[in-house]
Design a protein around this ligand. Structure first.
Ligand SMILES: [Zn+2]
Length: 86
């Protein structure tokens, strides 16, 4: 058993108290101005309510990407639009 799975098996979800939390690759949204950038990262996900838990290094990675994107995000490919109704 590796350390991530060991950690997951001891965790309880703080939202729903579920105890089935599994390592999964998720698409996290980063909001930069009016843009949304999806970043795929590893997280622990509650199978009951879908709450995501990130370890410290993943949080730091996301913060780093957010800072980087404030400078330039023109090079990233676009997969959709953010639309405003009304
Ligand atoms: Zn939960």
């Amino acid at each position: 058993m590796d350390s991530v799975q060991e950690e997951a098996s001891q965790m309880k979800c703080v939202i729903c108290r579920g105890d089935e939390i599994v390592p999964r690759s998720v698409r996290e949204e980063i909001h930069v101005g009016d843009d949304i950038v999806y970043v795929t990262v590893d997280a622990l996900v509650c199978t009951q309510c879908g709450e995501r838990y990130f370890d410290r290094s993943t949080v730091r990675k996301l913060e780093g990407i957010e800072r980087e994107l404030e400078g330039s995000r023109e090079k990233l490919p676009s997969i959709g639009k953010v639309l405003v109704y009304g």
